[in-house]
Design a protein around this ligand. Structure first.
Ligand SMILES: [Zn+2]
Length: 83
């Protein structure tokens, strides 16, 4: 038995480079192309810190919108610009 060349932990057959799980992954990569890397990087590679940052970035937009609305309420006397 050989060690799988991809995961380097499981064993592959004598004449095979990859273990069955990695061979199945390779098949998915062939099916999905670059989308696989996007999904893995965006979902699997995000640490807890980065997940929190991502949440803050999403909330930041809402906070900015609320602050803008509050500011525009405070300056009601001044004429508004039309969009
Ligand atoms: Zn493997």
């Amino acid at each position: 038995m050989n060690t799988c060349l991809f995961c380097e932990s499981k064993t592959s057959g004598y004449f095979q480079k990859w273990c069955p799980q990695c061979r199945a992954l390779k098949h998915q990569i062939l099916l999905w192309g670059d989308r696989i890397y996007e999904v893995v990087n965006s979902v699997m590679c995000r640490s807890e810190d980065k997940q929190n940052l991502k949440v803050k970035m999403e909330i930041k937009k809402e906070i900015e919108n609320k602050e803008y609305n509050l500011r525009s309420k405070e300056t009601k006397e001044t004429p508004k610009k039309k969009d």
